[in-house]
Design a protein around this ligand. Sequence first.
Ligand code: NI
Length: 227
Amino acid sequence: VAPKKPPQSAPPLSSGPRRNKAGTLSGNEALFVTVRPIRIIGDPVLHTPAQPVTRFDDELQELLYDMVDTMRAAPGVGLAAPQIGVSQQVFVWEWTDDEGILQQGAVINPTLDTGPRSTSSADPEADLEGCLSIPDLRFPLARANRAVLTGTTPQQTPLQITAEGWLARIFQHEFDHLQGTLYADRLPWPDKRRARREIRANGWGQPGHSWTPGVDEYELAEEPEET
Ligand code: NI
């Protein structure tokens, strides 16, 4: 299969000028990868609508670098700013699709239009969804197969991406994060009850919990499909 170019509107993700590209240390160079703790379900920032970004400054650029580093370290295929405790309308994604094409980007102040949500019940395997803020748990959730993401790039140019399949799912999942909604909130019974039980069993569902990729041992044995 010939490689296709990613959408023009999705700017390549930089992991920041602080990263030593080769991943090696030479001389006085240090490898700076800033991984921030990921908030776990129950933290108020995850359950509060995020604020619109109004300043496209160095602080926003720093936030984006940290989000990309944290997403890659988890590893995850998407990350929203509230997940690292920042209540701003920003999310990033990085996912290689079934044809081997790298889909990646960042969006600021997005809106999302979805087609009709699937009315059939979720497929226990194909629709299995996870979230870095509910580590190691997965439940099937039916999502719309198509979603149109509109917003702004970090460079303040307009962005619009029409996504299908898993990328559409990533967009719906991350957009939900910016509304203060987690996928666990969308689960139908009895999965919602099972999820709540698991969350309580881990001591989560209340403020004050987080985990740090590379430090805490979550997600190590899993496919990198969480967002
Ligand atoms: Ni998530």
